[in-house]
Design a protein around this ligand. Sequence first.
Ligand SMILES: [Zn+2]
Length: 118
Amino acid sequence: MGKRANPMAVKASLTYEVGEAAAALGKSEATIRNWIKDGLPVMASKKPLLISGQDLRDYIRAKSNGAKTSLGPDQLYCLSCQEGCKPLGMSVEITPNNDKTDRLKGVCETCGGFASRI
Ligand SMILES: [Zn+2]
């Protein structure tokens, strides 16, 4: 593959359709679709798929870190701590991510920040 996608090429406050994300990042739509299969969160399971710029950034960063942080069965990934953490009060919200995966959201026990996992 070519050069790495630049996470700053997308705006965190915007949402992107697959084609828009591909254009912004200089990638093919197929690449973006692979990312979605691989766990990139999408905002709705209906068409057109919308991806939040923030999720895109987080995904690209996580990918380029190469850090497949291994999470325990009761852990979420905290974006602030950059590592697995237990959700505060062990309470999580489950939302469908795409056809195959769900997204768990919670609050990091350590820093109180947003934590999630696919
Ligand atoms: Zn944290």
